[in-house]
Ligand binder design. Structure first.
Ligand code: ATP
Ligand code: MG
Length: 349
């Protein structure tokens, strides 16, 4: 009986997670999934009340779940970075979620700013390394605040870290019958991305059935705009993944449609919409819940029910075709109305 820890978080996080739960509850009942949910309060309220971010006893509780479903954290009353570091990054590191999985899929032709691209032409997954690289926080500043100041930020790549993410990507490409693209800058970052390229070449031999290619990050941004149809699965480092997944979110139709998974196949994985708590629209009931609902679909797929994830995605597509849209997409439905309509479509199908 798969169990899901629900962390709605702050701002629109709470609002959109409600809608994702509507869909998960409906699918759970209809297909006898026996899903168990338990909600936990983390985020600005807890922090402002008690000074707690994510206490150890809560981390221990979360270890007992199969997946975490997270809204967003962030609040204008709390200095920037405290909640993000203390909660989001804490969870990613505690569970060593080394894979950041970002499907880039255009659900409707009219949403992509790439006017000539259709739904079948933008459909790939970016697999971003989530624990190392330029995000390792190693470096320092010499002669601070002088004319001779030098700031150093180290890019850390370990063979273990590089190998596990590239292996995950090969497995993912194999299971989805897709081509695997390595995105790096090994021509300039000869030490760290040289390691990426060597490991990629080594693992290629273990996966003779997986077709591969290789792009430098500058070239891949051009290809993602001009020929996104050539990609199935892209594996890349932490920093480049950060950048190309935002580009990906935009070509798929914007932040309201982008979902992600933070995965460790041997621990607890966490699924979330890519967008933040959006204080500017929080409490108004107008946030677009689609990204959160797609994150819920990723949970179903993670539990081995790709078929049901596809049903949810299909229902979202239908809701878009029928113009049942929130304001950011040019419609006039509230957050909960969008969720209700998607449930109605699922009932129909
Ligand atoms: P972060 O600090 O993580 O960047 P944020 O709260 O600034 O988070 P973003 O995800 O950067 O939020 O979103 C920027 C803006 O885009 C929001 O302020 C909001 O106006 C809009 N936006 C984001 N997500 C949604 C959504 N689901 N529905 C409607 N508008 C959204
Ligand atoms: Mg922002």
């Amino acid at each position: 009986m798969p169990s899901i820890a629900v962390l709605p978080g702050d701002g629109i996080g709470k609002e959109v997670i409600n809608e994702g739960l509507k869909i998960l509850n409906f699918m759970g009942e209809k297909y006898n999934l026996n899903l168990k949910f338990e909600e936990f309060e983390v985020g600005a309220e807890r922090y402002l009340k008690s000074g707690e971010l994510i206490p150890d006893f809560l981390l221990k509780r979360l270890e007992t779940f199969d997946a975490i479903y997270l809204g967003a954290v962030g609040d204008p009353r709390v200095p920037a970075g405290i909640l993000e570091h203390g909660i989001l990054l804490k969870l990613r590191f505690h569970f060593d979620q080394y894979v950041n999985l970002r499907p880039i899929k255009l659900l409707n032709d009219r949403f992509s700013p790439l006017k000539k691209k259709g739904v079948n032409e933008i459909n790939f997954t970016v697999i971003r390394e989530n624990t190392e690289g330029l995000y390792a926080g190693i470096g320092g500043i010499l002669k601070k605040d002088t004319q001779d100041e030098v700031a150093i930020q180290e890019m850390i790549s370990t063979r273990k870290g590089v190998e596990r993410i590239i292996r995950y990507a090969f497995e993912f490409a194999k299971n989805n019958k897709g081509k695997l693209t390595l995105c790096d800058k090994s021509n300039v970052l000869t030490y760290s991305h040289g390691l990426w390229l060597r490991v990629f070449e080594e693992l290629k031999k273990e996966y003779p059935d997986v077709q591969t290619d290789h792009y430098y990050v500058d070239a891949i941004t051009m290809k993602m705009v001009r020929n996104p149809e050539i990609f199935d699965v892209i594996v890349t480092c932490n920093m480049f993944g950060d950048i190309i997944t935002d580009l990906g979110a935009e070509i798929q139709g914007g932040m309201g449609l982008a979902a992600s998974g933070n995965i460790n196949p041997n621990s607890v994985s966490m699924f979330e919409p890519v967008h933040g708590s959006a204080p500017d629209i929080a409490g108004k009931g107008i946030a677009n819940p689609i990204a959160a609902i797609l994150a819920a679909a990723m949970i179903l797929e993670y539990f081995g029910r790709k078929d049901l994830a596809e049903k949810v995605e299909g229902a979202i597509k239908t809701s878009i075709d029928e113009n049942l849209l929130s304001q950011d997409m040019g419609g006039n439905l509230s957050t909960s109305e969008v969720g209700d309509e998607i449930v109605k479509i699922l009932k129909r199908g």
